[in-house]
Every structure is written in C-alpha cells, then in structure tokens.
Design a protein around this ligand. Structure first.
Ligand SMILES: *[C@@H]1O[C@H](CO)[C@@H](O)[C@H](O)[C@H]1NC(C)=O
Ligand SMILES: *[C@@H]1O[C@H](CO)[C@@H](O)[C@H](O)[C@H]1NC(C)=O
Ligand SMILES: *[C@@H]1O[C@H](CO)[C@@H](O)[C@H](O)[C@H]1NC(C)=O
Ligand SMILES: *[C@@H]1O[C@H](CO)[C@@H](O)[C@H](O)[C@H]1NC(C)=O
Ligand SMILES: *[C@@H]1O[C@H](CO)[C@@H](O)[C@H](O)[C@H]1NC(C)=O
Length: 443
C-alpha cells in the first residue's frame, strides 16, 4: 500500500513522452479494454451495400460490458424477432459464463421477461473449462492436446522483456525517493494500465510509461501469443481447426443445419465464449496474420518488432476481443441509389435477388481480415465454395486433432466439435443454463 501511495505521488512528476494520439490502451495486448481494431488491410467493416449477412459465428474472449455487444449484434444482423429464445455456447469458467450471460441478456433486452417467461429466454450451453477429457469437443481444446505445451515457446517473450524492463526501472527510479523498482515490477505496473482502466476507469498507471516502452510491452505480448498459442506453436492450428470446421459445416448446409445426427439447429448467430489463449489457435487454423509472402516478418523476430506485422495481440485478445466469420448473400451489383415503392409490393433488400451468391468474410475485433488468396468477393470476402476449399486446404496444415496430439490410443478421444448441433453433447459433457432464471415469485 505504501508503495502504491509513493507511486501515485510521483506520477504527476512524469511528463507524457508520447504524442497525444498515442493511446497505451490500444497497445496493451490482453490487458486492453475492447476497442475496434484499425483496418490493417484498408477494408471497411460495414456490410457491403449489395450484401446481407445471413449467418455469423463469433468466438469471443470474456470481458466487461458484453451486454452492449449483445445489443450491437442484435441490431447489426436483425436475425431474431421479438419473443424468440436464443442459445449461446460458453467455456465453463465463471467469468466466461458471466460474459456469455450478459451478452444474452443484452441480446434479449428488448424482450419482456416477466409477463412472457416462455419466450425471450437465453440458453447458455457450457462446456467443462480447460479439462483434458473432452478433447476437440470443447471451447478450450488446447488443454486436451498433450503435445501442445511442448510446442509452446512463449518463453521467447520473457527473454524479450529482459531487454527493456530493467531500463524502465532505472529510468523511473530517478523519480523515486525511498522506493526502488526492479525489472520484475515493471510488467505488473504496465498491466495495471489496462486492468485498472477496465475495472474502474482509473488510467493513472498509463501515464507512467513512454511510447517506446508501451511498444516494447505490446511486442512482448505479441511474442507471447504468437509462440505460445498462435502460429508459432506447431500445435496451434491443430487445436483451432475443429471450431473452424464445425462452423464451416454449418455455413455450407443451406437449409438443413442439423448435421451428423444432431438434435439441435443452432441460431443463425452462433456465439462461442472462451479465454484469450483460445483465439490465436483460430487465427492459425485460418492461416491469417502469418503470411509466408512476408518472409522478413514471420515467424516474428524475437529481438526486434517489425512494424509490418499484422499479428497484433492488442487487436485480438483484448478483453471481449473476438474472431467473427460472416456468411453473406450478395447481389451482383450495388443497389440503385433510389427505390420506387409500389403499393402491395415489398422492395427486395440487398442480397435477396434470384442471382445472389454466398460469400464468407472474416472480421477480427471488427476489422476485416482478408483470407490469403481468397478475397475477391464484395468487401474482401471469399465465395462460400472457395471458402470451403480454403478450409479444407488448412486441414493439411492443422492435421488431425487425435493423430497430431498423440491421442490414438485414448478412449473417447475425438477430433470433432459437436456442441452446436448436440445440445447437450455427451462427448463434450456440456450442460445447459437458462437465463435469465425464471423469477420464482412470478411463475
Ligand atoms: C424458451 O425457453 C424457455 C425456458 O427454457 C422454455 O420454457 C420455452 O418453451 C422456450 N420457448 C420457445 C418458444 O422455444
Ligand atoms: C488427464 O489428466 C490427468 C491428471 O493430470 C491424467 O492422469 C490423465 O492421464 C490425463 N489424460 C489424458 C488423456 O491425457
Ligand atoms: C506461420 O508461418 C511460419 C513461417 O512461414 C510457418 O513456419 C508456420 O507453419 C506458419 N503457421 C501456421 C499455423 O500456418
Ligand atoms: C434434415 O436432417 C434431419 C436429421 O438428419 C433429417 O431427418 C431431415 O430429413 C433433413 N431434412 C432435409 C430437408 O433434408
Ligand atoms: C467415455 O465416454 C463415456 C460417455 O460419455 C463415459 O461414460 C466414459 O467414462 C468415458 N471414458 C473415459 C475413459 O473417459
């Protein structure tokens, strides 16, 4: 407590060394509160004018105000009419289930929970969190791949931190009397910028460090995720692929989405909630942010941040960060700028013409990320047929979950995520929570 008081006492002595448009909260990796990532590829995130999103799948890290995301997506897609029930999927740890629950409450917030308790209900399907007995049938599958931890070389981030944390401590110690910081204090102090901002809006820790110190801190996070759970871990794509495959199958079956003998038809918006380390494997499975066309950039240098990299932890694993796949139905041309309305005739919206075609688009923390070699559709999207081929080609990189993880002789080991079409799923050991809980006194 004394140290904290002393720290805050000297905060006002430290002048801001960064330009006014530099925001440390956009460079804090997993400690960043949610913000829309900038468009690294120059593609606007809004749905192209000739398209309508008809199906979407999100995998989201836990974080605060998830309620807003629920309202935002309800309005973005307009999939759910008033009075419908809605189902989401969540890893089982409390903070993840809480995020899924708040999202669902936001999504259903226009509804009337009290007088119509049979409608406007949410179901949160939860899967056991970070266990090793549900294999690929999980929203935290890396724990069930025994070889995954051998592929994790995130210690490279620790080595990189060693190159700058001591220098920061020395700089700050010049401002301190009766308190000496060492390298091990710096990481926590930089973490507190984002965490305090997320918890209660207090950003005083953000003011202590200068721009280059934030960029080093951010790059250490990039190395941690790239080599720990992202494309630099050879088992990353393996554990991310089952989610991608399950979603691709749901996107590709037009009218009948109850596949593989499933008992459940998921809603057109398929929401999965999980932890930070479960997002980079999806990036790996998708083969983005790791272009072999940029040999000087990937794999990420362990000594120097290359500004040309698109793999940025701050744009992915921020609180409530997400990866979204949107299936769009698109007309051949943009709609006319004026519409003539005729009594008795409903004007078709975008994507509703007889010749409309299906496309898939990837958005990460809002920003559009083109798939390498598959981005010639509207808004840098990929035609659905080409997307299916693309995902099949990624299977070769990912390998089979059971075989690549060395689980051939393990009973019940599965390479398939079936939770979206089996509710509950026996292999995934999923369970169902109803939200909001029916109000006992009113039923
Ligand atoms: C909605 O969910 C509630 C609670 O699970 C259930 O009682 C009700 O039958 C569901 N309504 C519809 C229309 O599916
Ligand atoms: C799961 O973890 C338990 C406890 O660490 C261990 O005994 C068991 O062998 C593991 N199972 C698999 C399939 O790795
Ligand atoms: C990422 O890029 C590196 C370097 O090109 C490559 O060795 C690795 O296999 C790639 N990872 C994935 C998941 O595609
Ligand atoms: C959809 O799938 C279910 C379950 O496999 C099957 O019973 C049903 O006939 C299918 N419907 C259509 C239209 O294919
Ligand atoms: C395999 O799954 C079944 C059904 O869920 C379960 O009863 C059994 O205990 C599992 N076996 C092992 C070794 O985990």
């Amino acid at each position: 407590m004394t140290s904290l008081t002393a720290l805050f006492a000297f905060l006002s002595l430290v002048t801001l060394a960064y330009s006014t448009d530099f925001n440390p909260l956009h460079h804090s990796g997993p400690a960043s509160p949610y913000f829309n990532a900038p468009s690294q590829f120059g593609v606007p995130p809004s749905t192209p004018a000739q398209c309508k999103v008809d199906q979407a799948a999100y995998i989201v890290r836990h974080g605060s105000e998830a309620f807003d995301l629920g309202m935002e997506l309800r309005k973005r897609y307009r999939f759910t009419k008033g009075g419908d029930n809605f189902t989401v999927w969540s890893a089982g740890q409390q903070r993840v289930v809480d995020t899924a629950t708040y999202f669902t409450l936001g999504y259903l917030s226009q509804g009337n929970y009290l007088s119509a308790p049979g409608t406007n209900r949410g179901q949160v399907v939860t899967t056991p969190d970070s266990v090793n007995f549900t294999f690929a049938d999980s929203l935290t599958p890396s724990t069930a791949c025994p070889l995954y931890s051998q592929g994790d070389t995130s210690a490279k981030a620790t080595t990189f931190r060693g190159t700058y944390q001591g220098n920061i401590a020395n700089r700050l110690n010049k401002f301190l009397d009766g308190l000496a910081l060492d390298a091990t204090d710096i990481g926590v102090m930089q973490d507190l910028c984002g965490f305090q901002a997320e918890v209660d809006g207090d950003t005083r820790f953000c003011d202590i460090f200068d721009e280059s110190e934030w960029l080093d801190y951010e790059y250490a996070h990039d190395l941690n995720y790239y080599y720990g759970s992202g494309p630099g871990n050879p088992f990353s794509a393996t554990v991310g692929y089952p989610w991608l495959k399950a979603i691709t199958e749901l996107f590709s079956s037009d009218s009948n989405r109850t596949q593989g003998g499933g008992n459940f038809v998921p809603p057109p918006l398929i929401m999965s909630f999980t932890h930070d380390n479960n997002l980079p494997p999806i990036v790996s499975a998708l083969g983005v942010w790791n272009s072999s066309a940029l040999p000087d950039v990937y794999p990420l240098s362990t000594v120097r941040a290359n500004p040309d990299r698109t793999f940025r932890s701050s744009f992915l694993v921020s609180f409530r960060g997400y990866i979204a796949l949107e299936r769009m139905s698109c007309d051949a041309h943009e709609p006319p700028t004026s519409v003539t309305h005729t009594s008795g005739q409903v004007a078709l919206g975008p994507g509703a013409s007889a010749s409309a075609q299906k496309y898939v688009r990837l958005r990460i923390n809002n920003a559009v990320v083109p798939l390498p070699g598959c981005a010639t559709g509207p808004g840098a999207s990929c035609s659905l047929a080409a997307f299916e081929n693309y995902v099949r080609s990624r299977a070769e990189v990912a390998g089979d979950f059971v075989a690549r993880c060395g689980l051939q002789d393990v009973k019940n080991a599965t390479n398939t995520l079936d939770i979206f079409t089996n509710v509950p799923s026996e292999l995934a050991q999923s369970t169902v929570l109803v939200v909001p809980l029916p109000y006992a006194g009113l039923l």
